[in-house]
Design a protein around this ligand. Structure first.
Ligand code: CP3
Length: 348
């Protein structure tokens, strides 16, 4: 059984209540990548500022985190940062290339590369900038909770080993099988770094966390258990006392294994019906998801029918937090997101 992290209280915001497995009076909703290029105010804030510089400027990170809360009235903010930020703070040569994603100066291809990477450590001092950004955000959010996050070791390893984004995480999957000892050293190091990043956010006031194992769907259930689950479990174990959400894409066949990593909540992508997801997680796990991002561009009646289906299917779980099956596409009309929030909050 997945026990709630701590008992629910009357003062919990609706989303925290749902994450603890109870049904609040209104359906809570937020969107992965709600802060970002779909918002004109984001594009303005980011003009001339590199992505990682924005993440490491506390006032700017706080401002960008707040923008979707002000505009859409979502039930939670998600900290504006990136899964590679803790690696950057550990001194690793990484940048985020617009339109592409994280790119590493020295991809981990051999023993010397691995030794070089794992010689870096993420100190508490380096994390102060994150704590400052989170504290500033939490203060301005008032009663709206902040969700902290980190990347899961498998997904991070796929960037580190490849040196950048890849379609099928081929090199990482090769390494996991060809050199299991090196793979364990790599993913242990990533778990420590991501875990410290999560813990810093919780220390500074995050009320829940989400672990993004975005590319876990490239693994079979068997390989997920041996190559991704152990380090994901260690990352999640870095925090306690707040609900933890575990999300990946293409994970229909992995949901029951993901549950074993220890998170209280499972985030579900749009490729599986929430009834089926509830069944695969034993019917006892609160679920988050799983609006198809493609339908954000469909006429409202089509989107509304889809929303109704998602919410109906979500009743199969003990509690449901409405979200997308993956991030907001940059070209999304932000008015559609506002309308979804209003719709969710005014449903009978
Ligand atoms: O609103 C939010 O969801 C919070 C912020 C957030 C970002 N990245 C901001 C960001 C979160 C939670 C992430 C996590 C992240 N980063 C993941 C896991 C989630 C997922 O999408 O599956 C991954 C795989 C990354 C790595 C990464 N960072 C990619 C693939 C990209 C896109 C590159 C591009 O330009 O298309 C980034 C950059 C990034 N992270 C942007 C944002 C808002 C875009 C940067 C920009 O606006 O220039």
């Amino acid at each position: 059984m997945t026990a709630p992290a701590t008992p629910a209280t009357a003062v919990d915001p609706p989303i925290v209540t749902a994450y603890r497995g109870l049904r609040p009076a209104v359906l809570p909703v937020w969107f992965m990548r709600q802060a970002g290029r779909s918002l004109p105010e984001y594009r303005q804030s980011r003009a001339g500022v590199a992505m990682l510089d924005a993440c490491l400027t506390p006032d700017l990170a706080a401002e960008i985190t707040l923008q979707p809360v002000r505009r859409h009235g979502v039930d939670a903010a998600i900290f504006f940062s990136d899964i590679v930020v803790p690696l950057k703070l550990a001194g690793v040569d990484v940048s985020i290339v617009p339109g592409r994603g994280p790119v590493f100066g020295r991809p981990v291809r051999d023993e010397a590369d691995l030794a070089d990477l794992t010689a870096h450590t993420l100190t508490d001092d380096a994390l102060v900038v994150i704590e400052r950004a989170v504290s500033a955000t939490v203060q301005q959010l008032g009663p709206v909770p902040l969700i902290g996050f980190a990347g899961a070791p498998f997904t991070l390893a796929s960037y580190v080993v490849e040196g950048g984004p890849s379609k099928d995480q081929l090199r990482a999957r090769t390494m996991a099988h060809a050199d299991p000892a090196a793979w364990i050293r790599l993913t242990d190091w990533l778990a420590a770094v991501s875990g410290a990043f999560l813990a810093a956010q919780v220390r500074a006031g995050a009320r829940a966390v989400q672990l993004f194992d975005s590319w876990a769907g490239s693994l079979s259930a068997r390989d997920y258990r041996t190559t991704a689950l152990p380090a994901a479990t260690r990352t999640l174990a870095a925090v306690s006392g707040v609900p933890r959400v575990h999300f990946g894409t293409g994970t229909a066949l992995l949901l029951s294994a993901m549950r074993d990593a220890g998170a209280e909540v499972i985030g579900v992508d749009h490729r599986i019906d929430l009834r089926e997801a509830a069944q695969r997680t034993g019917g006892v796990v609160p679920l988050q998801g799983n609006i198809d991002p493609a339908l954000l561009a469909a006429p409202w009646p089509v989107l509304e029918r889809h929303l109704t289906e998602v919410v109906e299917a979500g009743r199969a779980a003990p509690a449901h937090v409405l979200n997308l099956g993956h991030g907001v596409p940059p070209e999304t009309d932000p008015g559609v997101l506002t309308r979804i929030v209003e719709w969710a909050h005014t449903r009978p």
